[in-house]
Ligand binder design. Structure first.
Ligand code: TMP
Length: 218
C-alpha cells in the first residue's frame, strides 16, 4: 500500500466520549494491516508515566489535599499542562519511532482534545490560545478524523460502560459538543486535513470511509 503524500501517515481519530474513537482506531489499524500496511495504534492519555497519572486524575482516584483538611480534584490548568507534557512524551516514545520504522501511526485523541476539553474557561479565547501555545511543538497529523456524535448517542453508549470520568455528564457533553465544532472549524480554516464523519453510521461504513481517505491522502 502506498500513501501519496505522507508515507507513512500519522492519523488522529477524535470525538466526544462515546463517539467511537477507540473502536475505530482499532478497526482502521486492522484493515490497514490486512492490506499489507504495518500500523501501530496509540492513545492519549498515553500509556506512559504522565498519561497513567492523568487517567488516575480523571477518574478522581487522585485528588489533592486542600487547606480545610479535605480533598479537591486537580485544576483544569494543571491538567492542560499534564496533557501537553504527555503529548510530547507520546510523540517521542510512540509516534515518531513508529513513523521512522515506516509504519502508519494512528492515535486515539491528540491536541484537538486539549483544545476542546481544556481550551475553555472563564476567558474562553485566552484559554484556547494558551492551550495552543502549550501544544505548539506537537506536529500536525496528516489526517484528522472527526467522529461527530450527537450527545444522546454518546450517553447511550456510555451507559453500557461501567465507569464515567469527570467529563461524562449530559451538560458537559452538550458544551463539549459545541466546542468540538468550533475547534474543528478553526483548524480546518488553517488548512488542517480533517475528515468529518457521522458517528451514528454503522461502524463498518465508518472504517471503510476512513481507510478510503487514508489510501487517497491528501
Ligand atoms: P478516553 O480514554 O475515554 O478517550 O478518555 C480520555 C478522557 O480524557 C476524555 O474524557 C477526554 C479527556 N482528554 C482531555 O481532556 N484532554 C486531552 O488532551 C486528551 C487527550 C483527553
Amino acid at each position: 500500500m502506498t500513501f501519496p503524500l505522507s508515507d507513512p501517515p500519522f492519523i488522529v481519530i477524535e470525538g466526544l466520549d462515546g463517539a467511537g474513537t477507540t473502536t475505530q482506531t482499532r478497526r482502521v489499524a486492522e484493515m490497514l494491516r490486512d492490506r499489507g500496511q504495518p500500523t501501530v495504534t496509540s492513545c492519549e492519555p498515553s500509556r506512559g508515566p504522565v498519561g497513567t497519572l492523568i487517567r488516575q486524575m480523571l477518574s478522581l482516584r487522585i485528588t489533592v489535599p486542600d487547606l480545610k483538611g479535605g480533598h479537591r480534584p486537580v485544576g483544569r490548568e494543571t491538567l492542560a499542562l499534564l496533557f501537553a507534557a504527555d503529548r510530547l512524551d507520546h510523540l517521542e516514545a510512540e509516534v515518531e519511532p513508529t513513523l521512522a520504522a515506516g509504519k502508519a501511526a494512528i492515535s486515539d485523541r491528540y491536541y484537538h482534545s486539549s483544545l476542546v476539553y481544556q481550551g475553555e474557561g472563564e476567558g474562553e479565547d485566552v484559554d484556547y490560545e494558551w492551550v495552543r501555545t502549550l501544544n505548539e511543538r506537537a506536529r500536525r497529523p496528516d489526517l484528522t478524523v472527526f467522529l461527530e456524535a450527537p450527545v444522546e448517542l454518546c450517553l447511550q453508549r456510555m451507559a453500557h460502560r461501567g465507569s464515567r470520568d469527570i467529563y461524562e455528564s449530559r451538560s458537559s457533553l452538550q458544551r463539549l459538543h459545541r466546542r468540538y465544532q468550533q475547534v474543528m472549524n478553526l483548524l480546518a480554516a488553517e488548512g488542517e486535513n480533517i475528515l468529518r464523519l457521522d458517528a451514528a453510521l454503522p461502524k463498518e461504513e465508518i472504517t471503510e470511509a476512513i481507510v478510503a481517505k487514508i489510501s487517497g491522502l491528501p
